[in-house]
Design a protein around this ligand. Structure first.
Ligand code: PBG
Length: 347
């Protein structure tokens, strides 16, 4: 009896019920706020937010970045205030990026390793005054080179292994200053392994590595280059070391290499146009996975918001939630303070 019934599995039970009742109602649980809350699958939390910010010289300085309304470059003392604010809101970590002075820039970017550079000064100051917040530092050379590239440029080429050696020196100086996580954004081959070894050999085995594992040669970085003052400086483009935006399998190979070399965490950059990459990375490696919602993404949302073309706050929250749904554990976002405030008000 009942031979005509399909074998029971969750998929065909549903189909069977549809058969019987003729009324599959997917809208049923969407009917009220309480039921929507009950079945919501992804929830953004302040714990998922990392605040990137910009540094400049001076004291008491917070100057606007033209292409990023609401974002400022801060002198170290003001950066400490900013970190305090972030910590108060419950943001777990911050990530400083420096606008270095032209005088300290060289062809090989060696100021990356100076204890006196802006990153290292800020790390020491924040560690001292806001010890509860995590600090993530980038060891790429672009803020420190005369040519704006992330590595050492010779005869029109970025020299991989010499660049890695310099980036390692930068990473060590940042660990020395008190950085908790080294996040190299340069995409040189072998940098994760080299940084891991150097950290371990120098007593920094507790310092973690978040690899900018899949960083694409993207046009979305424009406002950032304005913020750190490399906009007119960069010679050529970064296509010989960043990934081709068209490539997803290659992105997987890049991430795999960084996992093998010892990355604790992976990052995808830019964010929103690369949700498929986030999903593949998370699915494949199961490592803590982050997205960098970069300056151009921020600027677009801000600009449309300012013009009244979109509801900025809603778009911000929707976008951040989408990162999480795609597989992110966290997001580096210039919206971190605003989003944290919004989440606090909701909570
Ligand atoms: C370079 C670096 C970039 C960003 C941070 N570090 C990209 C670039 O200038 O090529 C971009 C961040 C952003 O756009 O918000 N190491």
């Amino acid at each position: 009896m009942n031979n005509h019934l399909p074998k029971l599995s969750s998929a065909n039970i549903t189909a069977h019920i549809d058969d019987v009742t003729g009324s599959r109602r997917l809208r049923r649980m969407r009917k009220a706020s309480w039921s929507r809350r009950l079945v919501q699958e992804t929830r953004l939390s302040v714990d998922n937010l990392i605040l990137p910010f910009f540094l400049t010289y001076g004291e008491g300085v917070s100057e606007p970045v033209d292409a990023m309304p609401g974002v400022e470059r801060h002198s170290v003392d003001m950066a400490v205030r900013l970190a305090e604010k972030a910590a108060k809101l419950g943001i777990p970590a911050v990530a400083p990026f420096p606008r270095e002075r032209a005088e300290v820039k060289t062809d090989d970017g060696s100021f990356v390793a100076s204890p006196d550079n802006l990153i290292n000064r800020a790390v020491r100051a924040i560690k001292k005054e806001v010890p509860e917040i995590g600090i993530i530092t980038d060891a790429a050379l672009d803020p420190f080179t005369t040519h704006g590239h992330d590595g050492i440029l010779r005869d029109g080429e970025i020299i991989n292994d010499e660049s890695v050696a310099m980036i390692v020196r930068g990473a060590l100086s940042q660990a020395e200053a008190g950085a908790d996580i080294i996040a190299p954004s340069d995409m040189m081959d072998g940098r994760i392994g080299a940084i891991r070894r150097a950290l371990d050999e120098n007593g920094f085995s507790h310092v973690a590595i978040m690899s900018y594992a899949t960083k694409f040669a993207s046009a979305f970085y424009g406002p950032y280059r304005d913020a750190i003052g490399t906009l007119g400086v960069l010679k050529g483009d970064k296509k010989t070391y960043y990934l081709d935006p068209a490539n997803s399998d290659e992105a997987l190979r890049e991430a795999e290499q960084d996992v093998i070399e010892g990355a604790d965490m992976l990052m995808v950059k830019p964010g929103m146009p690369y949700l498929d990459i986030i999903h593949r990375l998370k699915d494949t490696f199961r490592l803590p996975t982050f997205a960098y919602q970069v300056s151009g993404e921020y600027a677009m949302i801000k600009a449309a918001g300012i013009n009244g073309w979109i509801d900025e706050e809603k778009v911000m929250m929707e976008g951040l939630t989408a990162f999480k749904r795609a597989g992110c554990d966290g997001i580096l976002t210039y919206f971190a303070l605003e989003a944290a405030q919004k989440l606090q008000n909701q909570g």
